[in-house]
Ligand binder design. Structure first.
Ligand code: SAM
Ligand code: SF4
Length: 336
């Protein structure tokens, strides 16, 4: 087969990074991500592991070089280690990463490393046991910290913590999180809460805590120097002199990062999302399931659909905290 054309949208941006939600299910119920009573998708609507593999294979064939497995919680999906192993063998794939809540890493860090996973992001919004439980509703801080240790012992490098900061809920944890990251040689990204899905526990507008404010808090204690190295992602990175850790800020509200967007997402149901903040999507599950199941036909159909999708990748997102959420999808379905 000829080498497929790369995925380039109408604004000249090439898609080289895909985030794949391998499950909408999760063992936590973080207050900004899920409601307490979640209804999960019926199994028949969720892509099988084989279907996920076919999609990723074709995305990589079309020039995607970085894949992130996420969810929901990827580590609750049975067979996820095998999926990592299969994806890792794809020619042309430069980096295979995973975003996890860390609750199961104690057991799975080593198998994931052996299967070829390159890098981990672990979400951590609090270092106080009671607070952690309050924010995740079901999570146990000790397990997550043990999971992070297990990842380091298994040989994972540049593990990154992700923290969502909410005013009045955990904004007093900014400095302890920085201190922990520096001491453990971990990278740390602070994320502004995004209006994805309807939640009831707090008002997102009132809880909004901007990246600029977070930097001010950190600068009350540490020197922050802008780091030159970019990852092609929406994070702006800084360093504290004398430490290796990078401190990043993901600011969908206060800084628009759409201009150099190189990414798409695949939801648990196989919707290709062209933008996190818009509804533009293509039903790849239908492309996979309808028609000949012969491997070459499926590949040809999927690659055509991927190329066609480039015509509808929006120029930018429009998040507005003052309005009702325009995006009713939860991050757990979208693949955060
Ligand atoms: N379960 C895994 C985890 O928590 O890392 C992976 C999926 S989770 C949806 C991915 C990331 O999205 C997490 O770092 C989480 O904090 C973030 N997230 C979820 N809902 C969000 C929201 N409404 N705004 C900003 N970040 C959110
Ligand atoms: Fe689960 Fe991750 Fe969402 Fe928390 S942020 S509820 S761990 S999917």
């Amino acid at each position: 087969m000829d080498t497929p054309e790369p995925l380039i949208d109408n604004f000249g941006r090439q898609v080289t990074y895909v985030r794949v939600s391998v499950t909408d299910r999760c063992d936590f119920r973080c207050v900004y991500c899920m409601s307490e009573e979640m209804t999960f998708l019926p199994k028949s609507e969720v892509l099988s592991l084989e279907e996920l593999e076919v999609l990723v294979r074709n995305l990589v064939a079309c020039g995607v070089t970085k894949v992130r497995l996420t969810g929901g919680e990827p580590l609750v999906r049975p067979g996820v280690v095998g999926l990592v192993q299969k994806i890792r063998t794809l020619p042309g794939l430069r980096e295979l990463c995973m975003t996890t809540n860390g609750g199961r890493l104690q057991d799975l860090a080593e198998p994931l490393k052996k299967a070829g996973l390159d890098r981990l992001n672990v979400s951590l919004d609090s270092l106080d046991e009671g607070r952690f439980h309050e924010l995740t509703r079901t999570g146990r801080l000790g397990k997550v910290l043990a999971g992070i240790n297990a990842a380091q012992n298994a040989g994972f490098e540049h593990t990154k913590l992700n923290a969502v900061v909410m005013r009045g809920r955990n904004d007093d944890e900014i400095l302890p999180l920085v201190e922990y990251a520096l001491a453990q040689d971990l990278d740390l990204s602070f994320i502004e809460e995004m209006p994805l899905g309807v939640i009831t526990e707090h008002d997102r507008g009132e809880a909004f805590f901007s990246s600029d404010e977070i930097r001010t808090v950190i600068r009350s204690q540490y020197v922050l120097e802008s780091a030159a190295d970019a990852t092609g992602g929406p994070s702006r990175y800084y360093r504290v002199p004398g430490y290796d850790s990078r401190i990043g800020f993901i600011s969908p509200h206060s800084h628009n990062f759409c201009g150099d967007c190189n990414r798409v997402r695949v939801t648990t149901e196989g919707q290709l999302l062209l933008c996190l903040g818009n509804e533009h999507s293509v039903d790849l599950r239908a492309v996979l399931r309808q028609g000949s199941q012969e491997s070459a036909s499926v590949d040809a159909r999927v690659q055509q659909a991927l190329r066609d999708s480039m015509a509808i990748k929006p120029e930018k997102h429009h998040f507005n905290l003052d309005d009702e959420p325009q995006i009713l999808r939860f991050m757990s379905v979208t693949g955060g």
